[in-house]
Ligand binder design. Structure first.
Ligand code: ADP
Ligand code: MG
Length: 681
């Protein structure tokens, strides 16, 4: 039997250095390795005649080498040129700075070249091609998988390592889906699927392999969600909160009138809380729609019924912000709120924990620090998580276990279309705030190209001179994080020393220590920084009402939902606010995406459009929607499979709610190992 937990260091070709590199990609075990799926493929299977090559395409050419490699020096670089020829014409292969190439070719021999074609007035060149002798086929002659990588690990290396991994497995993977499902839906068997997803012999193969793996991934998620929901429903006689506690008492203390949508949502929550079944509810609402106050009123109901409430936020800044909102309402009502983050000194923390356990604290607001074992409540009745990313399922459960079936409210600011929400949040009931409080100034959004840079800078200066503050957001993509971080730092240097040298410019990014980040955010909040350059760390609901302008660099690299989320950082005060999206490229999709952002401020509309426009080449996919990170499924492309799988899951669970039947034992295992372990963040 194959042990999929085998450390990758035991795979052929993986030495200590490569172990480290693989680890940075999240690959620790054989299982991680074989499920590290290609990001895309290059079809290097069919050679093209030179005369048929089209400008800009990637192509495979089989051609004879004519003459020797020439070396040409150009401004600090050395270019290597080689003339090649087939029956239809000749072309030049070019490379930069690779002197070893000089002795690589034998004149008159045939080789295969794969690379990007440049056709300039009939002169064809192939740029930095991979190549090998015509009769070999390790890099060409087939469909080649391309993996998401860090820049230190090459495609050839990882490909070889994965090949070795598959060799070790040698077709002996145990089937992970029940046979009746494989038969009914005509799915590939697991060994086939895994080997073909990496090395398909044609695109039909690839499609079948992908279908099987997507099916499995989505099915296990759906079943796990349904099981969770079933669990709450049967075992959990929840708390019945006091019917005589009227939330209107709390509502009347607010400095504003609630919107209709807020009132409707509160009624749903109030009903849940008074009923004997425990609440598991998702509250969706656009940025600024007023979710916090819903959490406060629910907490009021809980506390007045004699229980404690826990409010968990993803960052310390956000937790502190919540504490401010809560105390401003609850101080007068004699409800005691406290903050627990990891920044607390040991002494203060111990003291706080003691008061918590004795019931002297009514509402505890905090970060993940609240999950620690020594945090003990006297009688926890309500858990609210204000989360950016779903699938803190595990954490949600951990904190809920600190009480006896407390009610749970999950707040999410990433609106997704209802149909998708129903499937993805299959374990939760859903409430939606689909209306913003009145008199919100809408944020004016402009999409601009490079030529407008000067004007943008002038505009930003004008805003700052009027006393406002600005955010400048740069993309940071994990795939080659280090390079991106460097480019963000360059922007910072340029803005600080050249463009905005007369202003107070600071820089914040995700790799900083939390303490450092909090300090910078605090300074920004206090108006001690004019211009904050940042990566997307500011995405999570920070409130700085004086910030009226946001400039997003390379906006085309963000998902729309994420842009919307970012944009929500401005327009929080009394000032007219602006969002300027600087973008590159003039593809149709890019322009359409920018237009959507300029045309609407409605998060639900934006997420629908995002679904529509998202091409398969977009890898900023699901996570930024706050949806689970799938290894292979893409909710935008695979919505049909998702629907199919949902009905399959319902059928299975209704017949066999605990997956105890022999025929479902594979599913039982699949969910146990693949899913339950993985729902941690
Ligand atoms: P989010 O849903 O993004 O978490 P918040 O709860 O932070 O939004 O609310 C944004 C702002 O709107 C807060 O300052 C809050 O006090 C205010 N607010 C919430 N509801 C209303 C309302 N019905 N009328 C006016 N202002 C409101
Ligand atoms: Mg919020």
């Amino acid at each position: 039997m194959i042990d999929l937990n085998t450390d990758v260091k035991f795979i052929k070709g993986v030495g200590p250095n490569r172990v480290k590199l693989l680890n940075t990609l999240g690959i620790y075990t054989l299982n991680d390795l074989i499920t590290y799926f290609p990001r895309t493929y290059e079809d290097r299977s069919k050679p093209k005649n030179i005369c048929e090559c089209i400008n800009g395409e990637e192509a495979l050419i089989e051609a004879y080498v004519v003459g020797r490699v020439q070396e040409i020096r150009l401004k600090g670089k050395t270019m290597y040129k080689l003339v090649i020829r087939d029956e239809t014409g000749s072309a030049t292969a070019t490379w930069f700075n690779q002197s070893y190439l000089k002795s690589k070719f034998r004149t008159g021999e045939k080789y295969k070249f794969y690379g990007k074609i440049n056709n300039s007035f009939g002169k064809i060149s192939i740029n930095s091609p991979v190549f090998e002798e015509a009769e070999k086929s390790s890099n060409t002659g087939k469909i080649i998988p391309i993996y998401p990588l860090t820049y230190k690990l090459t495609q050839n290396t990882i490909r070889k390592i994965i090949e070795n991994g598959l060799e070790k497995i040698n077709g002996n993977l145990e089937e992970t889906l029940p046979k009746y499902i494989i038969d009914e839906y005509k799915l590939l068997e697991i060994n086939d699927a895994i080997s073909k997803i990496h090395f398909p012999s044609d695109f039909e193969d690839f499609k079948k392999a992908r279908k099987r793996l997507v099916f499995e991934e989505l099915l296990s998620m759906q079943i796990a969600l349904l099981e969770l929901k079933n669990n709450y429903m049967e075992e959990t006689k929840g708390i019945q909160f006091d019917k005589n506690v009227h939330i209107s008492e709390c509502i009347n203390k607010l400095p504003f009138n609630l919107t209709k949508a807020q009132l409707r949502v509160l009624e749903e929550i109030d009903n849940d809380m008074e009923s004997e079944k425990s609440m598991n509810r998702l509250l969706q609402g656009d940025v600024g729609s007023g979710k916090t106050v819903i959490a406060m009123i629910s907490a009021y109901k809980c506390v007045r019924s004699g229980y404690q409430a826990a409010i968990m936020a993803p960052t310390a800044i956000l937790a502190a912000q919540h504490l401010e909102s809560f105390t401003s309402l609850f101080d007068d009502l004699g409800i005691k709120c406290e903050l627990l983050t990891s920044a607390l000194t040991k002494k203060k923390k111990l003291e706080l924990l003691e008061r918590l356990e004795n019931g002297k604290i009514d509402i505890l607001i905090g970060t993940h620090a609240m999950l620690e074992e020594n945090v003990v409540f006297k009688n926890l009745g309500l858990v609210v998580t204000d989360e950016q990313h779903r699938f803190g399922v595990k954490q949600r459960t951990t904190i809920a276990e600190k009480g006896q079936n407390p009610d749970v409210l999950v707040m999410s600011a990433t609106p997704i279309p209802r149909t998708l929400a129903l499937i993805l949040y299959g374990d939760l009931d859903i409430s939606i705030i689909d209306e913003l409080p009145p008199n919100r100034k809408s944020i004016e959004t402009f999409a601009v190209t490079k030529q407008m840079e000067e004007r943008v800078n002038t505009f930003v200066k004008k805003q700052i001179d009027m006393g406002r503050q600005a955010y400048i957001v740069c993309p940071l993509v994990e795939e080659n994080e280090e390079m991106d971080l460097k480019s963000v730092k360059e922007i910072y240097e340029k803005y600080k020393t050249e463009v905005f040298s007369e202003y107070r410019v600071e820089f914040i990014h995700g790799k900083m220590k939390n303490k450092e980040k909090d300090e910078i955010m605090e300074k920004f909040k206090n108006g001690e920084i004019d211009l904050l350059i940042s990566t997307t760390v500011i995405e999570v609901g920070v409130n700085v009402p004086n910030a009226s302008i946001m400039v997003v660099e390379d906006a085309e690299r963000f998902g729309l939902a994420q842009l919307h989320q970012l944009r929500g950082r401005v327009g929080r005060g009394e000032y007219q606010s602006y969002c300027i999206l600087k973008y590159k490229g003039n593809g149709d999709t890019v322009r359409q995406r920018m237009k959507v952002m300029c045309d609407t401020n409605d998060g639900f509309v934006i997420s629908e459009k995002d679904l529509e426009l998202r091409g398969s080449g977009d890898f900023f996919g699901t996570e930024q929607h706050g949806l689970p990170a799938f290894k292979i499924a893409n909710l935008f492309e695979d919505i049909e499979v998702l629907k199919q799988v949902q009905s399959v899951a319902i059928k299975i669970i209704s017949k066999d709610p605990k997956l105890e039947k022999e025929e479902n034992k594979e599913l039982q295992n699949l969910i146990k190992d693949k899913f339950m372990k993985r729902i941690e963040i």
